[in-house]
Design a protein. Structure first.
Length: 201
């Protein structure tokens, strides 16, 4: 009798538990393609045993697991590798989508752009490792300052952007005030803003 792969378990009796076990295998260091191979091997074993219902659950688990992996890879491709916020292309795409939506539904959004002050000096004086730390820290603080529905991106170098949905000048001012209050002494930024679509060209 064929030896059951690591994913086989009495507790893995439904699609959800199979997918959870597949993700556990991946977190333990098993590559996604090897995890899929284990699932497929389990399906073949169930086939030979005539367990069509179990085989159908494995097939559904493979589909869901592969979908999750693909989704994570797609999201990673849209993220800046250093800071984890949207990269330039993804941010511009989001801005275009949200501006079109705001125009369609007659709403306003705010676009805020930030530059880290004296960043080049810091990089030259203290090294790229310290510069990278400042970029990551600013991205983190900006991300927790805006709402979950808003978007934060790194536009390049030390420049960041934030898209704040349904935002009027008074709300933007409040967001900037909270941001400045949260910044540590070693991070200073300059900000510019526009309101869209009213200010759109």
């Amino acid at each position: 009798m064929a030896r059951e792969p690591a994913l086989a378990s009495e507790s893995a009796s439904d699609v959800r538990s199979l997918v959870e076990r597949a993700e556990e295998r991946q977190r333990s260091g098993v590559a996604p393609d090897a995890v899929v191979a284990e699932l497929l091997a389990l399906g073949r074993i169930y086939d030979r045993r005539g367990r069509k219902d179990a085989r159908a659950r494995v097939d559904a688990a493979v589909e869901e697991y592969v979908g999750r992996v693909a989704g994570k890879l797609a999201d990673r491709a849209r993220r800046d590798s250093l800071t984890g916020v949207l990269n330039h292309a993804a941010f511009q795409s989001r801005l275009a989508d949200e501006t079109a939506r705001a125009r369609r539904y007659k709403r306003r959004l705010a676009l805020a752009v930030f530059d880290l002050d004296r960043f080049k000096e810091t990089n030259d004086r203290l090294g790229h490792q310290e510069g990278d730390r400042l970029l990551r820290e600013f991205a983190r603080i900006l991300s927790v300052t805006v709402r979950v529905s808003d978007s934060v991106g790194r536009l390049g170098g030390d420049e960041f952007g934030a898209i704040l949905l349904e935002t009027e000048p008074n709300r933007l001012a409040a967001v900037l005030e909270r941001l400045y209050a949260r910044l540590p002494p070693d991070i200073a930024v300059s900000a510019g803003s526009a309101f869209l679509p009213a200010d759109a060209s």
